[in-house]
Design a protein around this ligand. Structure first.
Ligand code: S3P
Length: 443
C-alpha cells in the first residue's frame, strides 16, 4: 500500500478573498481576514481599497489583515484611477461595488486584462441599472461616474460569469427594491453566500439554483446582526466582521489530479468545499478516482477535508451544464484526460477562450506538442488518453493555470517537460513554497 504523503494545506481561496477585501468599501464595520492569500491578484484588490481610503493593517504573519471602513463614501469630482493589474475578478466586481459610492473612477489593468471582454459587465449596469459606466471599445479602461444610486433589476446572466453576477448583485445594493440574477446553471455563489450570511436572509425560494434575490441596505443590517451565525471560519461581533479564508480549492485541484493520476495518497485540510466549485471532483470520481470529501463546517461557506486515494482513470465527457462548477479546473482536468483510458470530450466551454489566455487553443496546441492526441473545437476539445508523452518545452502564455497544469503533466510523465514562463504561476507562488515543504517539487 502507498504511504500517505503529508497533509497539504493551501493559502486562502482567491475568489473569496477578493470579495472580502472589496466588501470593505461597502460596510461600516471593521473586517478582520485571516489566511488572506498574498497572490498578485488579491494584492490588486487590496491596493485598490487602500487607494480609496480603507486603512489596511497586516498583523502576525501578514496573512491576517484588518480593514477599517471608509470615513466617507463621496470622492468628489476628481477622477480616481484604479489599477486592477491582471485581475478580472477585481475589475468586474469593482464595477458593481463602485456604483454604491459617489465619485469618478477609471479602471485600468495590465496588457492581458486590457484585452479581456468588459461589456458583459458594463451593459447590465448601464442599460438595466442606470449606472453611468462605459468601456473603451468593450475593454478597459472603464469609466464610472457613480452617484451612489442604482435601479433594481431582474437580469439573466447569459455568459454564466460569476463575476458579472456579482457585479450586478453588488450594484443592486444601491437600489431601492430587490435585484434578481437568473442563471441557467448556478455559477460560483460566493457573493450571494457572503451577503446572505451578512443579511441573514434566505435565498429566493423555489428556483434557488437559478436565481438570487437581495434587498438593499446591507451596512445597516450588519449593525443589527444577531449572535447565531458563529462558526470557526466566520464571526460577526458588534464592531467587527471576522473571516478565515478557507484553502483554495482551485489550487488544491492540481494536487488532487496528481494524486488521481499517480495513485499517491493525499490529504487536504481545511479547504473550500462549495459545490459550485467542486465540479472537478465529481468528474474525477466519474473517471474512476477514489476521492472522499468531509465537510467540517457549513456556516458561511462549506469547509472541510479531502482524501485522495488514486484509482484507474477512464475517459469522460464534460458538457455545458457542468462547466460553471469547474471552469478554472478545465486545464488540469485535461491533464487527467490525457492519462485516462479512452477518448474524453469537453463541450459548451467557449468561455475558456476569454480567460487569461485562449485556454482552448493554447491548451490543445501545447498538449499536442507533448505528444498527446487531441483536437480543438469552437466550444471545447477532445483528448485521447494513454499517450506516449514526449520530452519538450511547453509555453504557458503567461497564464498561471496553464503553467500549473503543465507542471503536473511533467510531474506525472517520464518525459522531460519544461514549462516556459513559469513565472506566471506567481499568482500562486505560496503554493510553490507549500509544495516544497511537503516534498512535492512542482514549480
Ligand atoms: C471568478 C469567476 C470565474 C473564474 C475566475 C474567478 C470569480 O470567472 O474563472 O477565476 O471570483 O467570480 P468568470 O466570472 O469570468 O466565469
Amino acid at each position: 500500500m502507498n504511504k500517505p504523503i503529508k497533509t497539504l494545506t493551501f493559502p486562502g481561496d482567491k475568489s473569496i478573498a477578493h470579495r472580502l477585501v472589496l466588501l470593505s468599501l461597502l460596510v461600516n464595520k471593521k473586517i478582520l481576514i485571516k489566511n488572506l492569500p498574498d497572490s498578485q491578484d488579491v494584492c490588486s484588490s487590496l491596493d485598490i481599497v487602500k487607494t480609496l481610503g480603507v486603512e489596511v493593517s497586516k498583523i502576525e504573519d501578514s496573512k491576517t489583515v484588518v480593514l477599517k471602513p471608509l470615513d466617507k463614501k463621496d470622492f468628489g469630482k476628481e477622477e480616481i484611477v484604479l489599477d486592477c493589474g491582471n485581475s478580472g475578478t477585481t475589475a468586474r466586481l469593482l464595477c458593481g461595488i463602485l456604483a454604491n459610492l459617489k465619485g469618478k473612477f477609471k479602471l485600468i489593468g495590465d496588457e492581458s486584462l486590457s484585452k479581456r471582454p468588459m461589456e458583459r459587465v458594463v451593459r447590465p449596469l448601464a442599460d438595466l441599472m442606470g449606472v453611468n459606466i462605459s468601456s473603451t471599445d468593450g475593454h478597459l479602461p472603464i469609466y464610472i461616474e457613480a452617484n451612489g444610486k442604482t435601479k433594481a433589476t431582474d437580469f439573466f446572466n447569459q455568459t454564466g460569469s460569476a463575476q458579472v453576477k456579482s457585479a450586478v448583485l453588488f450594484a443592486g445594493m444601491a437600489a431601492e427594491g430587490n435585484t434578481i440574477v437568473r442563471e441557467k446553471t448556478l455559477s460560483r455563489d460566493h457573493t450571494e453566500r457572503l451577503l446572505d450570511y451578512l443579511l441573514f436572509t434566505q435565498q429566493n425560494g423555489g428556483q434557488s439554483a437559478c436565481s438570487t434575490l437581495f434587498s438593499s441596505a446591507i451596512p445597516q443590517v450588519i449593525c443589527h446582526c444577531e449572535q447565531s451565525k458563529i462558526g470557526w471560519h466566520s464571526r460577526i461581533t458588534d464592531d467587527c466582521l471576522e473571516f478565515c479564508v478557507p484553502g483554495d480549492i482551485s489550487s488544491a485541484a492540481y494536487f488532487i489530479v496528481w494524486g488521481a493520476i499517480t495513485g499517491k495518497k493525499l490529504e487536504i485540510e481545511n479547504v473550500l468545499l462549495n459545490p459550485t466549485r467542486t465540479g472537478f471532483i465529481s468528474v474525477l470520481r466519474r473517471m474512476g478516482a477514489e476521492i472522499e470529501v468531509q465537510i467540517k463546517e457549513d456556516v458561511w461557506e462549506p469547509i472541510g477535508d479531502i482524501f485522495v486515494k488514486g484509482g484507474n482513470l477512464k475517459s469522460t465527457d464534460i458538457q455545458a451544464d457542468e462547466i460553471p462548477s469547474l471552469i478554472d479546473e478545465l486545464p488540469i482536468l485535461a491533464v487527467a484526460m490525457a492519462f485516462a483510458k479512452g477518448k474524453s470530450r469537453v463541450s459548451g466551454a467557449s468561455e475558456l477562450r476569454v480567460k487569461e489566455s485562449d485556454r482552448i487553443s493554447c491548451l490543445v496546441s501545447q498538449l499536442k506538442k507533448a505528444g498527446i492526441n487531441c483536437c480543438e473545437y469552437e466550444d471545447g476539445y477532445e483528448i485521447c488518453g494513454e499517450n506516449k508523452i514526449i520530452s519538450t518545452e511547453l509555453e504557458s502564455f503567461n497564464d498561471h493555470r496553464l503553467a500549473m497544469s503543465f507542471a503536473i503533466l511533467s510531474k506525472c510523465s517520464k518525459a522531460d517537460i519544461k514549462v516556459k514562463d513559469r513565472d506566471s504561476a506567481h499568482c500562486h507562488k505560496r503554493i510553490a513554497f507549500r509544495v516544497k515543504t511537503h516534498t512535492l517539487y512542482l514549480l
